[in-house]
Ligand binder design. Structure first.
Ligand SMILES: [Zn+2]
Length: 404
């Protein structure tokens, strides 16, 4: 039995272990003395933390090229880097058309991926979990493994999610509201499972592997069926008190405006999300069921005025929303992340002019706005990034039990 004081000191040791692990992830390969200097802590503290992280299988030692004066033999330096092969983590994104799955090693490199088709876009909670399990089984089978071999599974869904307790207030993929998935997942998935809002997961991926690497404060806006936002403040993902902050897509841009899939009116995504654009085109009666935003772009380019005006309005509303984000957060950078190249209408000069005209006048440059085309696996990679972070925390926590 550990007393309160020793538990606090264990928590401090865990915080140090995680900071050291995070630093190694950012740097790739780094010596103990450089870690101590970067984190402004003592070499002895770093030595203890790295010994624990090696014992947990999270990092390993490698020998670097010797650095020495010409003509002299130097001693090889011992560096630390992530132990890539130590754990396999799965990232999943549940979308309307199917579940994308990626398996990654502990460094985030892909080992397998798979697209699991779904019969219907909205599922009951038990159908949802059963689909996740079969998507996982199919993907693990590709590399001759099973879901039991995974160190963790991370699931991204669109909607309002309390990631601390795997609780979904509402999702466009699920037929019921207010579902606690923690029990359902522990019964049907044989490894630790984590859920979060899909845009938060993309922000995590931008932070760990993408354009947000090394930035302290940045925003990630995702555009697909709906419009999502991930907020990173002082290096931490900000989720809000109930876990459902950052609902940029449901900020109101029009009083009593267009109907949103959330049930309310006038939401930004009811003008900017893919479904909103396709709905607007449907007014003309010139669309078929399989129409995509890329098709609307093609039509606009071939002179279809209706298509051009639908895209232009989406861009103006998007610009209005982004100017509000800059007024609220004043971030270093805004990253617009998407799977395909079908959001070029959101990055035009006219949209930039709309953003500029909405940002309060300050004699300083606007935050940089970057566009990141991830390809099809963006969401699953985002989920995997969060999975890696959560597995790191779990493995470090397990060290408490082994600490004298
Ligand atoms: Zn809404």
């Amino acid at each position: 039995m550990k007393n309160k004081a020793s538990l606090i000191s264990l928590e401090q040791r865990n915080a140090t272990r995680l900071r050291v692990l995070e630093h190694i992830r950012t740097k790739g390969a780094v010596s103990r003395i450089d870690i101590a200097s970067a984190l402004q802590t003592s070499p002895a503290t770093v030595t203890a933390a790295t010994a624990d992280l090696i014992a947990a299988g999270l990092i390993k030692e490698i020998e670097s090229e010797a650095i020495s004066a010409p003509g002299k033999r130097g001693r090889p330096r011992v560096l630390l880097q992530l132990d890539a092969k130590s754990y396999i983590v799965a990232g999943l994104k549940v979308a309307r058309q199917g579940i994308s799955v990626i398996l990654v090693d502990f460094e985030g490199s892909e080992t397998a991926s798979y697209k699991h088709p779904l019969e219907k876009p909205r599922m009951s909670p038990s159908e949802f979990v059963a689909s996740i399990r079969s998507a996982l089984d199919e993907t693990c089978a590709q590399i001759g493994r099973s879901a039991k071999d995974l160190a963790g599974v991370s699931i991204g869904v669109a909607g309002l999610v309390d990631a601390n307790r795997n609780f979904v207030y509402w999702s466009s993929s699920i037929t019921e509201r207010n579902i606690d998935f923690s029990n359902l997942l522990s019964r049907h998935v044989p490894c630790p499972a984590f859920m979060d809002n899909d845009a938060n997961l993309v922000a995590k991926a931008e932070q760990l592997f993408g354009l947000g690497k090394g930035l302290k404060t940045f925003l990630v806006v995702t555009v697909e069926h709906g419009v999502g936002l991930g907020i990173v403040l002082d290096g931490q993902l900000y989720r809000g008190k109930r876990g459902c902050g950052a609902e940029f897509g449901h900020t109101k841009v029009q009083l009593d405006g267009a109907l949103c899939q959330c049930g309310q009116r006038g939401c930004l995504e009811a003008y900017v999300g893919d479904y909103a654009l396709i709905r607007e085109m449907a007014v003309t009666g010139q669309i078929n069921e399989a129409m995509t935003v890329a098709d609307i772009h093609d039509r606009a380019q071939s002179g279809d005025q209706r298509a051009a005006s639908v895209l232009s309005r989406a861009g103006q509303i998007f610009g209005l929303g982004v100017s509000n984000l800059i007024n609220l957060f004043d971030p270093e950078c805004i990253i617009v992340s998407g799977t395909q190249k079908s959001f070029e209408h959101l990055c035009t000069d006219k949209v930039l002019a709309r953003i500029r005209s909405g940002v309060v006048n300050v004699d300083a440059a606007l935050p940089e706005i970057k566009v990141h085309h991830w390809g099809d696996l963006m969401w699953a990679k985002g989920a995997a990034a969060y999975g890696i972070e959560q597995v790191s925390i779990l493995k470090v926590r397990e060290l408490i039990a082994n600490t004298p």
